[in-house]
Design a protein around this ligand. Structure first.
Ligand SMILES: [Ca+2]
Ligand SMILES: [Ca+2]
Length: 745
């Protein structure tokens, strides 16, 4: 069974290899029976040559430690049912990328053991093979590729592409996860911080001649022996370029531009420029260019570039919205799966895919894109192929007695391919939700963590009897018996062919592309208990709102934010956030973390809807809260639109803000505190400026009209245009102002 355990509300299965008929689920603490059931079986499977019986105990939803008691078989190991059973595995698997870092020292704890290496490969790399003899250029950083210490652009492609999709699909689960990694990208969530470590390196793989070509890899001429990375001092070289590496580079950097933009607009621009340069080069050089790697005996990663170009086109379109990319993508999508491939498949979606074929990544981006202009016929075809492929994966997963949906196929790295099938299932579940898709995904997770022929976890340091001897140079060379933790091994080339021995690189190596797929599997189920509450979870307010909500015109919001002098890394609190327009605008415009608080559940719901429609949920937090009980110390920008006496009531909390924090209030001052700036504005009711403003109001208008009628009997027009506005600004610590205390007025 899945030795990580089970989520309470989800499917739970075990495979039993001894004849049996009934089973009971018992509490580990007191042997109390919580469920009894009948097994199904016997089911015979040829490739493992076994008869098995399956116990399904999905109905057990109670949390705690349990075991299966099976008459005639015995007692299983204890297992957990709980909300967090995937959390630590996710953490450990994703931190595995950090521990793979090249060009720096790394260290991490696991089960009380300390894994570490010193800075390595600081001489990366030499340019002899790109026509510049005896010259070095900075190619440090990135991740080691696998059990070896090389760095390969094409394999980075399948890895980075899958990890960005994990972020795209599950960022609610990922954005608050701490990975205990150094702060190499201030302001980024840890998950993206780790990805930036790789994209920083990728940017160095572009040729220095400005052409846009990208080196296929950066490695030694042959593999190193089993030594620690800092001992690996032989020269490493940038190799000849390939069109596949150049296309993957464009795809990865276009994704980086998109996903990093909210945290670091400048770096996002750098990424997009680099992607565009390589993409333009490819457009002018349409042939499949294989790299000349004759001098090298390290990994080849040679691949046809058709799928890589398709992927790059999809990402360029999704990031820029430019029609030329969409046109290019759709032409490639039409040509995809037309039956000329070796497999003869006519599907545009692959059931079984890895670094050599990244077409699915482009197709997923296209399918899930909310950008307009997609050709309805092409979209329908791709969508249909996705769902039929997902259904085929479900059928195969159900057929396999160990829930292995890559049913019957075994080859180098197939554990990674098993994990990667969950992308097809999860994307299908997004566009056409179905419990089967989620259940097969859980079957796959269960298979990787112990419900398999060996009854063992395939991931080092996690689950039941994990691999002890992966083909990994760090694990082999350090003085710790247990291997470096969190890594998925490749798996057998036949149903019973896996060997947990170090020298068996064919079945027991680890690799970034398989690892990314593992992280994706876990991301779907980890940290689900910390997700933002659904709308119906909002508490009924205990106090009446202090202020009737009057919306702040967008131009005033803009001016307030301008006066706040927001910088990267600032954290903004909006006290009384209304419909969320200030936090949404601040995050969209400045890419900063913002928090909106309101005591009125109706306003909280409006804010949440606004955050959702603007897709800023990864940086904006909305909470129902009594602002007078909030700890404001995390903020360094606070915005207010309250009544003067409420501003005054907030002063003790505001006084605790860090020195230099900015407080900006709409319309109302704060007696006793001297503002550093007061700005007055009156909105002109002229036709031009109103039209100017109309776009910005679109998102909010429906909500306003509803409450305005209810609260005031006024129209939007009256509120927006018949009013003078003042904006007050203070910087902490503010200067005291002699004034009449409010209680004497
Ligand atoms: Ca390819
Ligand atoms: Ca070791």
């Amino acid at each position: 069974m899945n030795s990580l355990g089970f989520l309470p509300g989800m499917q739970k299965k075990a495979t039993i290899i001894t004849k049996c008929s009934n089973f009971t689920v018992k509490k580990a603490a007191n042997n109390e029976t919580v469920y009894s059931g009948k097994v199904t079986g016997p089911l015979h499977q040829d490739d493992v040559n076994q008869d098995v019986w399956i116990a399904n105990f999905s109905k057990v939803k109670e949390k705690g430690k349990f075991y299966l008691d099976i008459p005639g078989v015995g007692r299983s190991s204890d297992f957990e049912i709980g909300d967090k059973v995937y959390d630590f595995a996710f953490y450990t698997a994703m931190r595995g990328f950090y521990l793979w870092r090249c060009g720096t020292a790394v260290e991490g704890e696991h089960n009380g053991l300390h894994y570490a290496h010193a800075p390595c490969h600081m001489q990366d790399g030499y340019q002899d093979y790109i026509g510049i003899e005896n010259s070095k250029r900075d190619g440090t950083g990135g991740w080691h590729d696998a059990g070896d210490y090389g760095k390969y652009t094409v394999n980075a492609g399948a890895t980075v592409g899958v990890l960005f999709l994990a972020w795209d699909h599950f960022q609610d689960h990922l954005k608050n996860v701490s990975l205990d990694i150094p702060d190499t990208a201030p302001g980024y969530p840890d998950f993206l911080k780790e990805l930036k470590w790789e994209t920083d390196w990728l940017l160095k793989m572009q040729y220095p001649d400005g052409s846009g070509k990208v080196s296929h890899k950066l490695t030694r001429l042959n593999f190193s022996p089993f030594i620690m990375p800092e001992k690996d001092s032989e020269k490493r070289y940038f190799t000849d370029w390939s069109s596949a590496a150049t296309a993957d580079f464009a795809a990865m950097l276009a994704m980086a531009a998109r996903y990093f933009k909210p945290y670091d607009a400048k770096y996002a621009q750098t990424c997009l420029q680099a992607a565009t340069k390589s993409y333009t080069f490819l457009t002018n050089n349409p042939d499949n260019k294989r790299p000349n790697l004759r001098a090298f005996r390290t990994g080849g990663y040679q691949t046809s570039d058709t799928d890589d170009r398709l992927w790059a086109t999809a990402e360029m379109w999704e990031t820029t919205g430019e029609a030329k990319y969409l046109k290019d993508f759709e032409a490639r999508a039409v040509a995809a799966g037309t039956g000329r491939k070796r497999s003869g498949s006519t599907s545009k979606i692959d059931e079984n895919w890895d670094w050599g074929n990244v077409r699915n990544l482009g197709m997923f981006t296209y399918l899930l894109s909310e950008k307009k202009g997609k050709n309805a016929d092409i979209l329908k075809d791709v969508r249909g192929d996705l769902l039929s492929t997902a259904d085929a994966i479900v059928a195969k997963g159900n057929k396999d007695v160990y829930g292995r949906a890559l049913n019957g196929r075994y080859y180098w790295g197939c554990n990674g391919a098993v994990a990667r099938q969950t992308l097809v299932l999860q994307v299908a579940n997004k566009i056409s939700p179905k419990p089967d898709y989620v259940n097969t995904t859980l079957d796959i997770a269960g298979h990787l963590f112990g419900r398999n022929y060996y009854g063992r976890s395939y991931v080092t340091g996690l689950g039941h009897q994990p691999p002890l001897n992966p083909h990994d140079r760090r694990s082999g060379a350090d003085d710790i018996k247990e291997p470096w933790p969190g890594y998925l091994v490749g798996g057998g080339h036949s149903a019973r062919g896996w060997k947990d021995v170090q020298k068996d690189y064919r079945t027991n190596e680890i690799a970034i592309n398989w690892q990314a797929a593992l992280v994706y599997v876990l991301a779907g189920f980890a940290n689900t208990h910390t997700s933002a509450p659904a709308d119906d979870n909002i508490q009924v307010t205990e106090r009446e709102p202090d202020v009737i909500f009057v919306p702040t015109p967008q131009v005033v919001v803009d001016k307030m934010l301008e006066m706040a002098e927001i910088k990267t890394g600032d954290v903004l609190y909006d006290l009384g956030c209304g419909d969320g327009r200030i936090v949404v605008t601040a995050t969209k415009r400045y890419g900063i973390k913002t928090f909106g608080f309101d005591i009125d559940p109706k306003r909280v719901r409006e804010s949440l809807a606004n955050v959702k429609s603007n897709k800023v949920g990864h940086l904006v937090t909305i909470k129902q809260a009594d602002i007078f009980t909030l700890d404001l110390r995390e903020a360094n920008v606070v915005t207010l639109y309250l009544l003067p006496e409420l501003n005054v009531k907030l002063m003790p909390q505001l006084a605790q803000l860090k020195p230099g924090s900015r407080i900006v209030s709409h319309d109302f001052d704060m007696r006793g505190a001297k503002p550093v700036q007061v700005y007055h504005m009156k909105l002109a009711r002229e036709k031009d400026s109103k039209e100017d403003n109309e776009d910005k109001e679109d998102n909010f208008r429906g909500i306003f009209e509803e409450f305005l009628e209810e609260d005031f009997g006024e129209t939007v027009e009256d509120i927006f245009w018949d009013k003078k506005h003042a904006i007050y600004k203070w910087i902490v610590p503010w200067e005291k102002e002699a004034t009449t205390p409010p209680n004497q007025e």
